[in-house]
Ligand binder design. Structure first.
Ligand code: SF4
Ligand code: SF4
Length: 302
């Protein structure tokens, strides 16, 4: 038997800002939503979402006999840009790649909390695994899903990254979803999205700049509005991100200032310079050439 308060305490010591635990159960509504969303042709370059569809909604398929999902979050610092900036980079991409940061922290949590001593089965996941991580975060009481489809946490807003531990360990008690917190009548993210990509808790990936700059082939033209990697417009518009403070988990502190790199510096950057300065950031995912392409495409928007 593991104890809820103990794992939360250890998670804080390991460096997570939030931790909750929910029972491992199949998320029927989400499975239905994903099937419909894919059938409507929304996945486009995110076609991988259609694979392992059943597993995504049922974390118990990832670990034999799984009983619990531990969901952890770390908050990162928001970047602010002038409206006419044409080299905007999503805030999370200015820090170390959260996949490796979160994976290391999740393994550290498993060791410190006694999950790794051979008595229980567990696996850690962060973003890349076929799991509905935002829904499990809601079930674990970390926050709720906003109209922009992202998790909103009461203390840190939506500028958080998530990681999960799926385990057959049983806890003395479990968290429950928050009872307060909704979008209400607010539609600021919907109105702020420069490409009108947001419907009701649903993103049209064909229009989304974040997908366009990272996932899509560059010939699939979508106006980029000065974003060259990712896009924070919907998050920037959200009042919950204004009412919380500026947070940066020390493990996710920015590694470079995006304001120090203008169009000319990006276009003149060599592969060696990119590797030396930025290879530990998520920018490696698209690579320097794609960033340069996005700058050129962004200029063509005008
Ligand atoms: S990331 Fe940008 S383009 Fe995508 S939905 Fe949000 S505001 Fe719209
Ligand atoms: S901007 Fe408004 S509608 Fe959008 S997620 Fe935030 S609270 Fe919800």
């Amino acid at each position: 038997m593991f104890y809820l308060e103990h794992i939360k305490d250890v998670a804080r010591k390991v460096g997570f800002d939030l931790c909750g635990v929910t029972e491992c159960r199949r998320l029927e509504d989400d499975a239905h939503f994903l099937r419909q969303w894919i059938a409507e042709g929304n996945a486009t370059s995110l076609a991988y979402l259609a694979r392992n569809e059943e597993v995504r909604a049922d974390a118990s398929r990832l670990v034999e006999g799984a009983r619990s999902v531990i969901v952890c979050a770390a908050a990162y610092r928001r970047q602010r840009y002038a409206d006419d900036c044409c080299t905007k980079i999503a805030s999370y991409a200015c820090a170390a790649d959260y996949h490796s940061v979160m994976r290391d922290m999740l393994h550290a949590l498993c060791r410190a909390a006694g999950l790794a001593d051979g008595q229980v089965r567990y696996r850690v996941f962060t973003d890349s695994a076929p799991i509905f991580e935002k829904r499990y975060a809601v079930e674990a009481g970390l926050g709720w899903i906003g109209r922009h489809s992202l998790l909103i946490t009461p203390d840190y807003g939506s500028y958080v990254v998530l990681g999960e531990i799926v385990t057959d360990a049983v806890f003395d008690r479990y968290d429950t979803p928050l009872t307060a917190g909704t979008c209400g009548v607010c539609r600021r993210c919907v109105e702020a999205c420069p490409n009108q990509a947001i419907a009701e808790r649903h993103i049209d990936t064909r229009r989304c700049i974040s997908c366009a700059t990272i996932e899509h082939k560059s010939e699939l033209r979508t106006p980029l509005h000065g974003w060259i990697f990712g896009c924070d417009e919907c998050q920037n518009a959200c009042p919950y991100n204004h009412s919380c403070g500026e947070y940066a988990n020390s493990r996710l502190s920015p590694l470079f200032s995006p304001h120090a790199l203008d169009t000319a510096s990006w276009l003149a950057m060599s592969k060696a310079d990119f590797d030396a300065q930025l290879r530990t950031t998520p920018l490696l995912r698209s690579g320097l050439e794609r960033i340069k392409e996005n700058i050129v495409l962004s200029e063509l928007d005008d």
